[in-house]
Design a protein around this ligand. Structure first.
Ligand code: SF4
Length: 441
């Protein structure tokens, strides 16, 4: 277990000298426990305490990097078993498996299908992270040829699924600049694969036939000096994979079992591969490899990943600015709402379904919904007035009518006074917007 603030405090000098920038040693200890400060900031800590705290401040699941500068995929560095305890930090990379047995045309088609797996969600672009080239042909020349094709046709990060150290070494010499991860070291090739991974400074997946063997192999890899590891328990049945994932994470977090203190890699295959992949995203994969390029399968997976890896203590918010639905002209109605993304997208969807071009103004309420924001004093007439002013909406419409959510009816009088616009009280539920707009016109 990571040390608590109080446990850390006991090891500090307790002089409250403020040299670390904090008012007291206790405040510094709390910052350290929360991962918001570095021990280096205290110049007075004793060597013994430094040793004890240094080990304790290492994350229970190591941070592992895949990929070159500017496109690095960071995984691991997790500190909790359950998302609601704090949050999960680094979303798992999603990699698409590509067999080197595909002929040139089919390989090109597959890579371009992978390149197209990019989606706009809430204004952000999300996509897959890796191409995992599988050495299925058992033909070194074929593998290297396929690798060159992959390198020239995609900028995505790479995984080399090649357990043959000779071929992996030749592949790494060609793909060195991409900093791929190498899969997988096992009982038969561990030393040579560790040597390769070490030489190229890349992450290495270690695969056991079960958890016990995985622990032994990971321990050996650590002793050989390589600490950028991924773990694969060798299980392929989703229920067993889930059980292994849970054990690995539990032992890493609760027992600080070093061989399991690394992110995992999971392979999702078969008819229910997407379902299995969704399970692995939730618990607790660092990389999920899957054999599909179907957007209808990948988009839900990416959406699920986004949901699991949001901060449960922070509502998802959108930017507070003027949004257009359709192609609104100066006559178009202006709707007011908040920047809680769920609220905004409900309002936007219901206006869209009414097929009436309109403007939407989501006020910044720290991502809270209308009634919560109002009750918390985050949605006041003054704040709405200031937002109307800065948004520039007044210059885009030839009227001064603002439609507010029905839940804000009580503030309509004061709002009219403050902003000088006519206030139209809209429906309490956004689902009633289409009928409301019909009546309004
Ligand atoms: S620098 Fe060290 S001794 Fe001084 S207040 Fe900070 S933690 Fe305490």
């Amino acid at each position: 277990m990571a040390l608590t603030g109080l446990a850390i405090y006991k090891l500090l000098p307790k002089t409250n000298c403020k040299d670390c920038g904090q008012a007291t040693c206790l405040a510094f200890a709390m910052q350290l426990a929360a991962g918001k400060a570095s021990l280096e900031a205290c110049p007075h800590v004793s060597a013994e305490a430094r040793e004890a705290l240094g080990a304790a401040s290492e994350p229970p699941v190591a941070l592992v990097r895949i990929g070159r500068e500017g496109r690095v995929l960071e995984i691991g560095n997790e500190t909790v078993l359950f998302r609601h305890d704090k949050r999960f930090v680094h979303p798992p990379g999603i990699g698409i498996i590509v067999a080197d047995t595909l002929d040139d045309d089919r390989l090109t088609a597959r890579i371009s299908a992978i390149n197209r797996l990019s989606f706009d969600r809430l204004g952000q672009i999300h996509g897959v992270d890796l191409v995992a080239l599988a050495y299925d042909s058992a033909d070194p020349a074929r593998y290297l040829r396929a690798l060159r094709q992959v390198l020239s046709q995609t900028e995505l990060n790479l995984g080399l699924l090649c357990p043959d150290p000779d071929v992996a070494g030749r592949a790494l010499a060609e793909a060195e600049e991409r900093k791929p991860f190498l899969y997988a070291a096992d009982e038969g090739n561990l030393e040579t694969m560790v040597d390769l991974a070490h030489r190229y400074g890349i992450a290495l997946a270690v695969r056991g036939r079960d958890l016990a063997e995985l622990a032994v192999l990971a321990e050996k890899a650590i002793k050989l000096g390589h600490k950028q590891l991924l773990l694969d328990s060798g299980a392929r049945e989703p229920a067993q994979v889930l059980a292994d994932q849970t054990q690995i994470r539990r032992l890493a977090i609760k027992k600080r079992f070093r061989p399991f203190g690394f992110p995992t890699v999971c392979l999702a295959a078969g008819e229910d591969a997407v379902l299995a992949a969704a399970v692995y995203v939730a618990k607790y994969a660092g990389v999920v490899l899957i054999d599909t390029t179907d957007p209808a399968e990948i988009l839900p997976l990416i959406t699920w990943r986004l949901n699991v890896y949001t901060d449960p203590q922070k509502p998802i918010a959108i930017e507070a600015k003027v949004y257009e639905v359709g192609n609104p002209g100066p006559e178009a109605p202006v709707f007011l709402t908040t920047n809680f993304s769920l609220t905004y997208f409900c309002v936007m969807g219901d206006i869209e379904s009414a097929r009436v071009p309109a403007f939407i103004l989501p006020v910044d309420t720290d991502g809270t919904s209308v009634l919560t924001a109002w009750a918390a004093g985050k949605l006041t007439p003054e704040k709405i007035g200031a937002f109307l002013e800065t948004s520039g909406i007044g210059a885009r419409v030839n009227h001064r009518r603002l439609i507010i959510p029905g839940g804000l009816a009580a503030m309509s009088g004061k709002l009219r006074e403050v902003i000088g616009w006519e206030i139209i009280v809209g429906p309490r539920e956004s689902a009633a917007i289409p009928a409301f707009l019909k009546e309004l016109q």
